[in-house]
Design a protein around this ligand. Structure first.
Ligand code: BGC
Length: 739
């Protein structure tokens, strides 16, 4: 179709109207111009198409769809082919339901274990997150449906998500917070992208020309459309100028009228509006053509099997002294609320209505083990210990040969719109674990939850196996892993610190008044722990197996890193080999190791496989802020093959001819000693003054109630006093001035 001709035939009123949503989920239809509506649905975890009343908070029910493991869980598979398969099934369900755009995957970086949406995001590492996202996108788009990676960008906290400003230096932004999106766009060829709610360096993400025009379209060649997060529009004209094509959900006539007025006042030209309409319509027509012809049903059982395989491959065996796998017929007690009512997805806009009735872990094991007793042990809705429940659990545990103790994070803790306040398990679970482990020495912890939490003392239990949030087939998958029907092969997509205070973002997260200051810079997750040598409970990339793997014969030839892995144990299994690069003598500060490649390999017991991981254009690069360009430093680089970031198996040093650099930065960034980055040091990497994030009384419609404290109007401050005297405990870390 000749879109340019089509656009010539539209009035300016029609054009501005096309740049905003018309219902909660659709773009505008212009029947007489033969412009169809485009239907969008959430979808990182599975399709959430609301057939009835629409909302973007996951409140109203949606059509039944396969609930796959959440993205955090899938990233634990480190299996990009499986990511494509999941995406393919998800895209098919979308097309079957006349959905043109799947609003996902989400790939914000897990800066803190506390971010409420961590379960929806892939990793603390941009390379792993980007590769998994690209895989989903390829799979979804094979069906002619568009994928929509989100939330672009630097959106790693939920607190005051609509009004906070992510203050981040350009190098950190490029290397950590944008690289995943770069891979998703360049390799996944995403047809749309969702701009985030927050500001990035003082400008709303949706109005950020640097992000949407210079980088996304200019550098990465994105040719799809940009949609706002639901309600993320602020100044529509600025958004359209910066590169946004569609305001969602249905902002009402003022939005289009405002743009029209600005056009009439000469604040935006018609060519820019035409361009945005063209970028949008290209996807409207492309997706419509294929979705119209798609089969209007999908194979529920086949998609459930995909969900099961994904869940099985994502299971991470954290610790095991040999008690696992259990054998069919073993006598065990099962304890914990999650055993009968699985924790399988997070809350908010990603929430899916599963296509099949859920099967619990208890039910999955009931016919295969000799279950000597069950006790709920704690109530997921009540964080306080209930003595009666604990006493019952202790009774059941006392007489049992072995105990499967099912604990983790509950639904209330993991939700869009709020961050966790701490990293602990609920007090009720902590007490339960202590008391059950005191009376039974054969406890296996069976864990659920989409983000790290503080683990019980290692001496208390014999094994810990983690299913994260495994989707509708998660419990079945866990039963298969516990019984050794499958061999766990998942590895952690994120580091698990011993305690929250160890996390590099701890002093700066979530934010200081309006500013979310990313003072820790590049040192996110393992980049910090590993560089500083700070012990963690489980390192990034950790996961053990029922077998063992040996690594040998490393060669580095050109871009190819080759080595051999041998399964030296007695059972078949899969290993996730990780390739890190370490710059030995450059001038730019860097993390000690950076993930630059990985491979998941299935190897039969006793067999060996040669593995080749090809390094790409991201392997040696760093972002030179002086030149505003990616650059490779002339230096020696160690190529490290490892089973986790802390479990190095092979290494070889190569020299890469690059550019001699004079990069310099404050000492704290060279030593990764970033717990107390001074204003001076932060200013130096920001390359400008730190913006004044204080609330000075200029509150806007995006500000939160707690900010009414600062309102210029006495009425606002009175409202604040009334609200705060209502004895509702604030759920966020508040600035000292409010406490
Ligand atoms: C979320 C998005 C989601 C949108 C539509 C927003 O609140 O941040 O991830 O796609 O709602 O449901």
């Amino acid at each position: 179709m000749n879109l340019k001709e089509k656009i010539k035939d539209l009035t300016i009123e029609q054009k501005v109207a096309l740049l905003q949503g018309w219902t909660t989920w659709t773009s505008l239809e212009l029947k007489d111009k033969e412009i169809p509506p485009m239907f969008m649905s959430d979808g990182p975890v599975g399709l959430r198409k609301q057939a009835g009343a629409g909302d973007h908070l996951g409140l109203n029910e949606s059509v039944p769809a396969t609930c796959f493991p959440t993205s955090a869980t899938m990233a634990n598979t480190w299996n990009v082919e499986l990511g494509v398969e999941l995406g393919r099934a998800l895209g098919k369900e979308a097309a079957a339901n006349d959905v043109h755009v799947v609003l996902g995957p989400g790939l914000n970086i897990k800066r803190s274990p506390l971010c409420g949406r961590n379960f929806e995001y892939f990793s603390e590492d941009p390379y792993l997150a980007g590769k998994m996202a690209a895989a989903y996108i390829k799979g979804i788009q094979e069906n002619g449906v568009a994928a929509c990676p989100k939330h672009f960008a630097v959106n790693s906290q939920e607190l005051r998500r609509m009004s906070m400003d992510s203050v981040v230096d350009e190098r950190t932004m490029r290397e950590i917070y944008l690289t995943g999106f770069e891979i998703a766009v360049k390799e996944g060829r995403a047809k749309s992208i969702m701009s985030a709610y927050n500001m990035v360096n003082g400008t709303y993400a949706n109005e950020n020309t640097h992000l949407l025009s210079d980088i996304l379209r200019g550098e990465w060649g994105f040719d799809g459309y940009v949609v706002t997060d639901w309600g993320a529009d602020n100044n529509h004209t600025d958004g359209v100028k910066a590169g946004c094509n569609l305001v969602m959900p249905a902002p009402g006539p003022d939005c289009a009228i405002g743009l029209l007025d600005d056009f009439k006042a000469g604040k935006i030209d018609e060519a820019t509006i035409d361009k945005r309409v063209e970028e949008l319509l290209r996807v409207v027509y492309d997706t419509k053509e294929v979705v119209d012809k798609a089969e209007k049903s999908f194979d529920v059982e086949a998609h459930h099997s995909v969900a099961l395989r994904c869940a099985e491959e994502s299971i991470v065996l954290l610790d095991n002294d040999g008690i696992l796998p259990l054998t069919d017929g073993d006598s065990v007690a099962i304890i914990g609320d999650f055993a009968k009512v699985p924790r399988y997805q997070g809350a908010g806009s990603s929430q899916v209505n599963p296509s099949k009735p859920l099967v619990s872990l208890y039910d999955s094991l009931a016919n295969r083990l000799n279950i000597s007793g069950y006790s709920k042990g704690f109530d997921r809705k009540n964080p306080h210990p209930v003595d009666k429940l604990i006493a019952e659990a202790v009774d059941v545990a006392k007489n049992a040969e072995k105990v499967l103790l099912c604990v983790g994070l509950d639904e209330i803790l993991e939700s869009e719109g709020m961050d966790r306040l701490h990293m602990e398990l609920s007090k009720s679970q902590q007490k339960l674990i202590a008391e059950v482990c005191a009376v039974n020495k054969n406890v296996v912890l069976v864990l659920s939850g989409g983000a790290p939490f503080v683990m019980p003392d290692r001496s208390l239990y014999r094994a810990a196996i983690h299913g994260y949030l495994g989707g509708q087939a998660g419990a079945e998958a866990m039963a298969n892993a516990i019984l050794g029907k499958i061999n766990p092969s998942g590895k952690l997509n994120e580091s698990w610190p011993h305690k929250l205070e160890d996390n590099p973002s701890y002093p700066y997260f979530p934010s200081k008044e309006r500013n979310a200051e990313y003072r820790e810079g590049l040192y996110v997750g393992y980049r910090y722990y590993d560089t500083l040598g700070k012990p963690v409970r489980y390192p990034f990339g950790h996961g053990i197996s029922y077998t063992d793997f040996d690594y040998s014969d490393l060669t580095v030839e050109g871009n190819d890193v080759s080595f051999t892995i041998t399964n030296t144990g007695k059972v078949d299994g899969a290993e996730v080999a990780q390739v890190y690069v370490s710059c030995k003598n450059g001038n730019a500060y860097r993390a000690k190791k950076e993930l630059k490649g990985f491979a998941k390999v299935f190897i039969k017991a006793g067999e060996s496989k040669k593995v080749t991981v090809s390094l790409d254009d991201k392997a040696f690069r760093y972002y030179n802020v002086e030149k505003d360009a990616w650059e490779i430093e002339d230096a020696d680089y160690e190529i490290i093959v490892a089973a986790s970031v802390s479990d190095v198996r092979l290494n070889e040093t190569v020299h890469i001819d690059g550019i001699k650099s004079n990069a310099k930065a404050p000492a704290c960034y060279y030593s990764a000693d970033i717990a107390n980055v001074s204003d001076e040091d932060f200013k130096s990497i920001l390359g400008r003054e730190i913006p004044d994030g204080r609330w000075g009384g200029e509150l806007t419609e995006n500000d939160a109630f707690c900010q009414l404290y600062y309102a210029k109007s006495g009425l606002g401050r009175l409202l604040y006093k009334i609200l705060t005297s209502m004895k509702i405990k604030p759920r966020q870390k508040v600035p000292p001035i409010l406490t």
